[in-house]
Design a protein around this ligand. Structure first.
Ligand code: SF4
Ligand code: FES
Length: 363
């Protein structure tokens, strides 16, 4: 049966890339890790470009932590190209180095440092700066060359018999490589970016919004407490003004009872007492139990509908249970001739207060 091998003719990135950089480290010819996602470089969209890079692409796909690198392969007659062995060897060399590569290991003292001439594999590897966490000494997936260091120096510094992570730590310590962000950090950053993109909110914006929300909560709480306090704690009642302007005094020149201000518990009454014509303001509240009597013009009396008390036009009680006359309010006339009734000051006949000048306006 004729020998065949597989070659990649199409590569693409499925949704979910966490921009960890690993694929670009493994196969920079094909993968371009950008700010938000990884893309396939335009030349790599052609089968002729990807076919010779099949081993590197497979390495990158296997190393993708979220398995979003996808590809199609075809069967090709014949053995694998010779250079593929080099690609695979380069990808696996770091792991092998952990087990004694470089010609200086081979199971000697665990932390021994070899000063033998640099192993060509190391030279090739380090010159290419191809250090991948998944393929190399077990360190973080992504590393970046930060300084040009002679491979011999690295080779001499590496504790070749040490565990892979110790070797990687040494490489970081030389300044030759810098550990990239951990996968966890990249996942976190990607999640934050997605949240920011979907809500239009950056982390700073989120902080501002959170502060505003707290402010609103405090405001609502304070308002509620103030309302509760206002509801629970009794306050001094707000009384209506006691002084009522009831029009010009001249409007009350005729003898009679004026009921215009009865809704304000005031009867303006013009009467004659002991031959003196006067204007008085009578309180409409019955002195029995507080009902409001009615003025009966035909009978010229005030009659209380509750228990039948009767009061003459002057306010003197003459029938029913009312124990005393109706009260009179203080009256005065201002400079414009307007009659003002002050309901805050009352005069009681049984106490001899009706004779007070303030209880009447003589006309
Ligand atoms: S390895 Fe995978 S997750 Fe990482 S950048 Fe490449 S495609 Fe994205
Ligand atoms: S309240 Fe007026 S008579 Fe009783």
């Amino acid at each position: 049966m004729a020998e065949t091998h597989k070659e990649i003719v199409k590569v693409w990135i499925a949704p979910g890339c966490i921009v960890c950089d690993a694929c670009e480290t493994d196969c920079p010819e094909v993968f371009d890790v950008q700010e938000e996602t990884c893309i396939i470089r335009p030349p790599a969209l052609k089968p002729d470009f990807t076919r010779p890079l099949t081993p590197s692409i497979i390495t990158a796909a296997e190393g993708c932590p979220v398995d979003v690198i996808k590809f199609d392969m075809i069967d090709v007659d014949g053995p694998e190209p010779a250079e593929w062995a080099k690609q695979k060897e380069a990808a696996e060399a770091p792991a092998a180095a952990g087990g004694g590569a470089g010609g200086g290991g081979g199971g000697g003292a665990a932390a021994a440092v070899s000063y033998a001439p640099p192993d060509p594999k190391w030279v090739q590897l380090l010159e290419a700066a191809h250090v991948s966490g998944s393929r190399s000494a077990g360190g973080p997936r992504s590393v970046i060359r930060t300084a040009k260091v002679q491979p011999e120096s690295i080779q001499q510094a590496l504790p070749l018999g040490a565990p892979p992570d110790a070797q990687f730590a040494t490489m970081v310590g030389t300044g030759f490589v810098k550990a990239g962000k951990s996968v966890a950090d990249r996942i976190r950053e990607t999640a934050e970016k997605k949240v920011a993109a979907s809500t239009g909110m950056t982390r700073r914006g989120f902080g501002v919004t959170l502060a505003a929300a707290w402010g609103a909560l405090v405001f609502v709480s304070a308002t509620s407490l103030a309302w509760l306090q206002s509801f629970m704690i009794p306050k001094a009642p707000i009384l209506p003004p006691t002084r009522v302007r009831v029009g010009k005094l001249s409007a009350y020149s005729e003898l009679g009872v004026y009921e215009d201000y009865k809704p304000q518990n005031i009867w303006i009454v013009t009467l004659e007492e002991e031959g003196v014509k006067k204007v008085v303001a009578i309180n409409t509240v019955c002195t029995h139990l507080g009902c409001i009597p009615n003025w009966l013009p035909a009978a010229q009396i005030f009659k209380c509908p509750c228990h039948g008390s009767g009061f003459r036009k002057t306010g003197i009680n003459f029938e029913g249970p009312a124990p005393r006359p109706l009260e009179r309010f203080k009256v005065e006339v201002d400079a414009t001739g307007t009659l003002i009734v002050d309901k805050g000051t009352k005069f009681r006949q049984e106490l001899g207060q009706w004779s007070n000048p303030a209880a009447q306006i003589l006309v």
